[in-house]
Design a protein around this ligand. Structure first.
Ligand code: ACO
Length: 379
């Protein structure tokens, strides 16, 4: 369909709709750069606060700048009292965590000046883990745990979820996960956030909209089913028969294939390494070995059943394994994705605000052109 000689691209596939310095994604080579740094170099070394600083200011902080940034974020972690009251009411309704995050995100400007973009951005990043952890506990009949200012962002998130200070390996595993998903090109939720701020609306509105976009199964993904598949297989010897049966009955193997990546998703690479380190430091190593074996069998069978399609392991497969190893239930996987991605959403919002141009594409009109009005009594 065309209008004024412009071709309609369903899903805007191939359309360049923004310029960014935040992340570079190349699906053919399997490259993901975060502000110029290869993901593999940065994800397992940086703190999440460092990555957020990088995504917002396009450079790594000095030690003094990082300490200041961390302490400002830590001070903002507690929720406004009205947000907590709201979470208690939502917990009574039994709503999913992503719905609670979307509802609570909209309240985060209650104790802040809506025109102060920096303060809103800091509060959004600082408070996303507090919302998710508080809601998780409330919806399981437990009282929320107050944030601990002496823990880093990733460690404090685990602490607020479980009430125990995580081991260094667990804190590192969570930070690596959050860094890995912090930004990924112009995905649907990032685009949503950019569209909202392009109208000169505020950051809380943009991030609330982005949470709504991330919730959809085509975007936030479903790492849960990938893990269920590994559990159902149970033993490496059963993998081939199980996976063949799935493929022959027309099912997709969860955790494999990607619209952009035609080689192994670089995020899967980073998360597999993080999962291995964490499981070796005291996790269920048998589960890790089983997952590796299921992955190898699945990739080989996908090449056999779908030759030339280059169906490789995607980010969901090792997300599931890593987050499960950190003791998170599957209902927390997508909200935890949001806890990481909020850093990138805001970084891209700052770029959009600097760009200053309202995002307003065209649509192709495909309706009637020559209808005649019929009065109600004659229809
Ligand atoms: N298992 C089996 N076959 C597959 C898989 C899979 N996981 N993925 C794609 N295929 C097949 C399709 O059936 C299709 O075969 P056909 O042409 O013979 O009909 C071919 O490969 C191409 O598939 P498309 O759907 O066109 O590929 P697309 O790029 O649109 O799909 C997607 C990407 C949706 C991720 C797909 O690979 C999939 O469904 N994977 C499983 C679900 C999953 O892991 N989702 C998380 C993705 S990661 C994320 O969202 C962050």
């Amino acid at each position: 369909m065309t209008t004024q000689n412009l071709a309609y691209k369903p899903g805007l596939e191939g359309v360049i709709a923004a310029e960014t310095r935040r992340s570079y994604v190349n699906g053919q080579t399997g490259t993901l750069l975060i502000a110029g740094y290869p993901l593999a170099d940065i994800a397992g070394q940086a703190t999440f606060e460092e990555v957020v600083y990088l995504l917002w200011l396009d450079r790594l902080p000095t030690a003094v700048e990082l300490a200041d940034f961390k302490s400002k974020l830590a001070a903002l972690r507690p929720l406004p009292p009205a947000t907590l009251t709201l979470l208690r009411a939502i917990a009574d309704s039994g709503a999913p965590v992503m719905d609670a995050l979307r509802m609570a995100a909209g309240t985060l400007s209650l104790d802040l000046d809506e025109s102060d973009a920096d303060a809103l951005a800091m509060a959004l990043v600082a408070r996303f883990p507090t919302i998710v952890a508080a809601y998780w506990r409330l919806s399981h009949g437990q009282e929320p745990i107050a944030p601990s200012a002496d823990l880093g962002h990733a460690a404090n998130y685990l602490y607020m979820l479980k009430g125990e200070r995580p081991s260094p390996a667990q804190a590192r595993g969570m930070a690596t996960y959050l860094n890995t998903v912090s930004d990924h090109g112009l995905n649907a939720s990032t685009f949503t956030a950019r569209v909202i701020v392009s109208t000169q609306s505020d950051l809380v509105a943009a991030i609330t909209g982005a949470v709504g976009a991330l919730k959809g199964p085509l975007h936030g993904g479903a790492p849960g089913p990938a893990l269920d598949m590994v559990f159902e297989i149970g033993q490496a010897e059963r993998a081939e028969a199980y996976l063949r049966e799935k493929l022959e009955s027309g099912h997709r193997l969860m955790g494999f294939g990607h619209r952009v990546y035609k080689v192994r998703d670089p995020r899967a690479e980073v998360l597999a390494a993080a999962a291995e380190t964490m499981y070796r430091a005291g996790g269920d190593m048998a589960l890790y070995e089983l997952a590796k074996s299921v992955e190898q069998t699945a990739v080989a069978l996908l090449e056999e059943y779908k030759p030339g399609r280059n169906l490789q392991t995607n980010v969901e497969f090792y997300t599931a394994l890593l987050l499960h190893g950190l003791g998170l239930e599957t209902a927390l996987f997508t909200p935890t994705f949001a806890v990481g991605r909020v850093g990138g959403w805001l970084g891209q919002c700052f770029e959009q605000i600097a760009d200053g141009r309202l995002i307003r594409p065209k649509e192709a009109y495909i309706g009637e052109m020559d209808r005649q009005w019929v009065p109600l009594e004659e229809r």
